[in-house]
Design a protein around this ligand. Structure first.
Ligand SMILES: *Cc1c(COP(=O)(O)O)cnc(C)c1O
Ligand code: SF4
Length: 333
């Protein structure tokens, strides 16, 4: 009976994933924003499709074309403007790739790209340009990555990333986790994911069981940009993880028109903490082609950061960072 339930619940998140919205007219109609059909750029969709879970859309405000959640997913003509300083690989990911799907840029930790897929296509994402097909190890390639990690005793932490690693079925992830668990110099397993926000149903008992069931300390880093992304369902999913002993952090990207005000950032930090999540990083935008309309200039970002630092306890103030090629860590601004 219990097994049956597990199977059903894992089926249901996969079904919900398939039922994501990909049609901009459906998205705008759902939100009673039909007058804005003409604002959609089909050319932008050609380059990087629209994709968003229904659950995430349910947290958008109907009738508001400026909704901070909608802005993250709606393909606009702004994306087609060519901008000096914006390129297809601004953080030079290609240079750090040792074996397919594995990035070893920083001391003590490696990042494993398990898939190029996400349950959302964030318009500001570096993924829109990243050559995943060349860098996607597939399950066969995992062994190469595991061998690399096993051979380097300076590596203590493995970060599962993507795309979104939680797109993968629990059976496969549990297998990978078991292989990592057997490498004695590893101490922690970290997952970078946006799925708990897009599909809270993804946080199944099966997931929590394998994630917290090994020797490796479980850390989960969510990606939430605005307090409105957190509803009752997301809260329940996060509290399940929290109660199971998972350390929860959040990273946001500072985005024009989404969270570029002290109020929005303060509300976000407080809301995150109320559901067990520590604000970790506030990233400046990676300069990826097609994303310049989301940019908040450095000077303004610093001002915003100071404003929130003056109003919040230190543990609620995320580090303001940027990723720069060739640096030994994220650069704190
Ligand atoms: C961001 C990143 C990490 C993680 O860095 P932390 O500062 O530990 O969060 C690890 N590897 C790569 C390649 C990264 O880009
Ligand atoms: S969830 Fe993360 S990796 Fe996926 S599209 Fe959004 S920003 Fe990119």
């Amino acid at each position: 009976m219990i097994l049956e339930n597990l199977r059903n619940s894992s089926l249901s998140w996969q079904k919900l994933l398939v039922a994501s919205i990909a049609d901009p007219h459906e998205l705008l109609t759902t939100l009673k924003l039909e007058p804005f059909f003409s604002a959609v750029s089909w050319k932008a969709i050609d380059k990087f499709p629209l994709r968003v879970s229904r659950s995430f859309v349910s947290r958008m405000e109907p009738g508001n074309i400026h909704d901070p959640l909608l802005r993250q997913v709606l393909p606009l003509t702004d994306e087609l403007a060519l901008q000096a300083g914006y390129s297809s690989d601004p953080v030079d990911e290609q240079a750090a790739s040792r074996v397919p799907g594995l990035l070893h840029k920083y001391h003590g930790r490696v990042l494993l790209i398990l898939t190029g897929s996400c349950a959302i296509n964030c318009r500001y994402c570096f993924r829109r340009e990243f050559p995943y097909t060349a860098n996607n190890p597939g399950q066969l390639g995992w062994q190469q990555a595991i061998d690399y990690i096993a051979a380097d005793t300076t590596i203590e932490e493995v970060i599962l990333s993507g795309g979104d690693p939680l797109i993968m079925p629990d059976k496969l992830l549990a297998k990978l986790s078991a292989a990592l668990n057997a490498i004695p110099h590893l101490t922690s397993l970290r997952i970078h994911t946006r799925l708990p926000v897009l599909l809270p149903e993804r946080i199944t008992t099966e997931f929590i069981t394998w994630f917290t069931g090994s020797r490796l300390q479980p850390i989960l880093v969510t990606h939430i940009n605005h307090a409105n992304e957190i509803d009752q369902q997301v809260t329940q999913a996060m509290l399940k993880l929290y109660d199971a002993g998972v350390t929860l952090f959040n990273q946001s990207v500072l985005l024009r028109g989404v969270n570029d005000s002290a109020d929005a950032l303060i509300t976000l930090s407080k809301k995150l903490f109320s559901i067990g999540i520590i604000p970790y990083y506030l990233h400046l935008l990676d300069k990826v082609s097609g994303t310049a309309h989301f940019e908040v200039p450095d000077a303004e970002a610093k001002r915003l950061w100071q404003q929130i630092a003056h109003k919040l306890p230190g543990y609620l103030v995320p580090k303001l960072v940027r990723e720069e090629p060739g640096m030994p860590a994220k650069t704190v601004i």
